[in-house]
Structures are given as structure tokens and as C-alpha cells.
Design a binder for this molecule. Structure first.
Ligand code: G3I
Length: 349
């Protein structure tokens, strides 16, 4: 249940930071869920409602129903909205994968038609999109490698197979041609940790960003999903160096999907677990804010609503629920909430 005192969004705004969170339209009828969003968030991102499977479930047939529910809620409560995601290898309706397999001309036409259908229709509400999501292949040794075949730095996806490595630049150019005022973001995960595979993924990402910027691709920002892993160490230095390199390209940096997957071997009690999660968040978000990040979104507010509690690939096998979001299952603010509040309340250059 929402609690007294100002929320994270208000604390953040006082220091020029935008805080927000993912929202699931199917849960807005839950009063406690809605109250948490109103109390804590300034910016909302649809958890699934702005993806291809939801927006264009059949060729040429657009469904803005679920997204419209979120847009109405955002408007009613004075919240901003961002879009996620125009091009991704997941949340693709079966007909799209079939269409992409027909070759480059068909793929290009499908992508242009999707943007023609979506960008003008969402223009008043959404001014910022994840244009391409998760195009970088996970390196050997990453905990995600099993499921991501690759072609060099890039993940082997239906988009890559249809259009080649240039699909990323094409997507950004198609979006910019349709709306010169949108902020266009490249979004990915696994870029924060102190591990050989995270460092390799950072280098792969930098190679992509440098290639895009060098080609005058209309790219404005890098979205760090920041699905943090407590089983992976963290040291500010390598992450800070990466963020400096991204910022030197003239790109903004956003944290787009923050949450924390707890370690396989949990600390003995809840206070220890919550303290470990809060300390990781303090370090990672502090490093991002020091590097100039001014937008931070979590992927949900309460542990109860997290994908970490529902997705078979990541939920715990010991019956525990990952305590990786600012609010506990009952909606109570945890040390992670305080870590974010302190980070947002710290004045930075
Ligand atoms: O599509 C149905 C819709 O028709 C139905 O009305 C609605 C009712 O709630 O459910 C929809 O079902 C599922 C939806 O989540 C809502 O729960 C989809 O089948 C399911 O695929 C979808 O999963 C989402 C997943 O992305 C795939 O889109 C998760 O909620 C969402 O947390 C997850 O988020 C991803 C980011 O987009 C990218 N980064 C990783 C992150 C976690 O996997």
C-alpha cells in the first residue's frame, strides 16, 4: 500500500532525475498496484503492451487497446510514458517471423509499415522509444549464453537474418524519418557487472554504438536494462569507464529496467538480503548517475509483480521470491527504496 512521505519520482525530480517503472495494464484494476504507481513513479513504460505481439497481432491489424489503458492512466495521473520496443527478437507474432523469412524487401516493408501504424498513433503520449532491443549477442561464459546463437557481436535473430547487420541502423533511420522529435534509444542488458563476459558485452556494445554514431545514425541514447545479478560481482570502475565512452559519443544513458536477481545462495535472513540488494543498487545507480544518467526506471515496483517472481527461467527454485524491487510483496518500502531515494537526493555536477 502507498505510504506516507514523498515518492521516488518526486525525490528524483527535485534533482533533475526522472524515475519511473514498468506497468502491466492487466493489473491497473488493483487499487494497491495503481496507488504505488501514483505515489512512486513519474514515468511509465508498458511491460508488454507496446511490443509487436500486442500492437500488431495480425498483419495490418493494430490493437492499441492495452496500450491505451496505460496511456489513459498516465494522462489521468500526470505521468509520462516511454515506448518499448519497436524491434526485438521476442514478443514477435508468428506471422512476423514468417514475413521476415521471406527476405530483405519484405522485412523492410513490414518494419516501415509497423512504424507507420505505431508512431503517429502514439505520438502525443510517447516521445521516447526503445527502437532496437537486445541486438548484442551474449558472450561465452555469460549466464544467458545457452539461448543466444550469434553472428560476431550480434545476436542471431530473424531481423539479422532478414536484413543483415544493417537492420539496426535501418530501424533508427525509419523511426527518425517518421518523427524528428522522438528520443531514439538502443536498449540492452548484461552491461553492468564486473565479469569477463560483461566486459566483452560492453566492448561489443561500444563497437556497435561507435559504428552507428560514425554513420550519423539518428541514435540518441543507450538504455541499460540493469537486470542486476547478485551472483555476478560489481566494481564501479569498469562500468564507469564504459559509461564515459558512451557519453563521449554524445549519447544519453538511461537505466530502463532495474531489478535485482538475488544470489543462488541467499544470505541467512531478510535484513541481510535486503541490505545486499540495496548496496548493489546504491553502487550501480550511483555510478550511472555520476556518469550523467538522468532517467532511472525499475521493472516493476513490488516484488510481487516482478517477472522475477513469474518467469520460469528466473524465478527461484527454493520457493523464495527475489527481493529485487523497491517495495516488498505487501508494498512496504525496503532498503532498496531508500538506496534509490538517497541516490536521487544526492546533488551531482
Ligand atoms: O499477450 C498477453 C495478452 O494478450 C493478455 O491480454 C495479457 C494479460 O495480462 O497477457 C499477455 O501475456 C503475457 C504478458 O507478459 C503479460 O503478462 C505475454 O504472453 C508474455 O510474453 C509477456 O511477458 C513479458 C516479456 O517481457 C515478453 O514480452 C513480461 O511481462 C516482461 O516482464 C518481459 O520484459 C522483458 C523486457 O521487455 C526486455 N528485457 C527483459 C524483460 C524481462 O524478460
Amino acid at each position: 500500500m502507498a505510504q506516507g512521505g514523498v515518492g521516488l519520482g518526486t525525490i528524483a525530480r527535485a534533482n533533475g532525475i526522472t524515475f519511473g517503472t514498468a506497468v502491466n495494464s492487466g493489473k491497473l484494476g488493483d487499487a494497491a498496484y495503481a496507488a504505488q504507481l501514483v505515489a512512486e513513479a513519474q514515468l511509465l513504460v508498458p511491460e508488454w503492451e507496446a511490443k509487436w505481439a500486442a500492437l500488431q497481432p495480425r498483419p495490418g491489424s493494430f490493437d492499441f487497446g492495452p496500450l491505451g489503458i496505460i496511456a489513459s492512466f498516465a494522462q489521468a495521473h500526470g505521468k509520462q510514458l516511454r515506448g518499448h520496443a519497436l524491434v526485438w527478437h521476442a514478443a514477435m507474432p508468428p506471422w512476423l517471423a514468417e514475413g521476415l523469412a521471406e527476405g530483405a524487401a519484405r522485412a523492410r516493408s513490414l518494419l516501415a509499415a509497423h512504424m507507420d501504424g505505431v508512431l503517429p498513433a502514439t505520438r502525443p503520449a510517447i516521445r521516447d522509444w526503445d527502437v532496437v532491443n537486445e541486438a548484442i549477442a551474449n558472450p561465452e561464459g555469460s549466464p544467458f549464453t545457452a539461448r543466444t546463437p550469434s553472428q560476431g557481436d550480434l545476436r542471431d535473430t530473424p531481423w539479422l537474418r532478414a536484413l543483415g547487420p544493417g537492420y539496426i541502423e535501418e530501424a533508427f533511420r525509419l523511426a527518425r524519418e517518421r518523427d524528428r522529435t522522438l528520443r531514439l534509444t538502443y536498449n540492452d542488458y548484461g552491461l553492468e557487472g564486473d565479469s569477463p563476459w560483461a566486459e566483452e558485452k560492453r566492448q561489443r556494445t561500444l563497437r556497435l554504438l561507435r559504428r552507428l554514431v560514425g554513420a550519423q545514425c539518428p541514435l540518441d541514447a543507450l538504455g541499460l536494462q540493469a537486470h542486476l545479478l547478485m551472483d555476478e560481482p560489481f566494481r564501479p570502475e569498469p562500468f564507469a569507464a564504459f559509461l564515459r565512452s558512451v557519453r563521449e559519443l554524445g549519447l544519453a544513458v538511461l537505466v530502463t529496467e532495474l531489478d535485482v536477481r538475488e544470489a543462488q545462495q541467499l544470505p541467512p535472513d531478510l535484513p541481510s538480503r535486503d541490505a545486499a540488494v540495496a548496496e548493489r543498487v546504491r553502487q550501480v545507480i550511483g555510478t550511472a548517475l555520476d556518469a550523467g544518467c538522468r532517467t532511472v526506471l525499475t521493472w516493476g515496483l513490488s516484488d510481487k509483480d516482478s517477472w522475477l517472481a513469474q518467469d520460469r527461467d528466473v524465478m527461484r527454485k527454493d520457493g523464495q521470491v527475489h527481493r529485487g524491487l523497491p517495495l516488498d510483496e505487501a508494498g512496504g518500502r525496503k532498503p532498496m527504496w531508500q538506496a534509490l531515494a538517497t541516490a536521487f537526493g544526492t546533488r551531482r555536477g
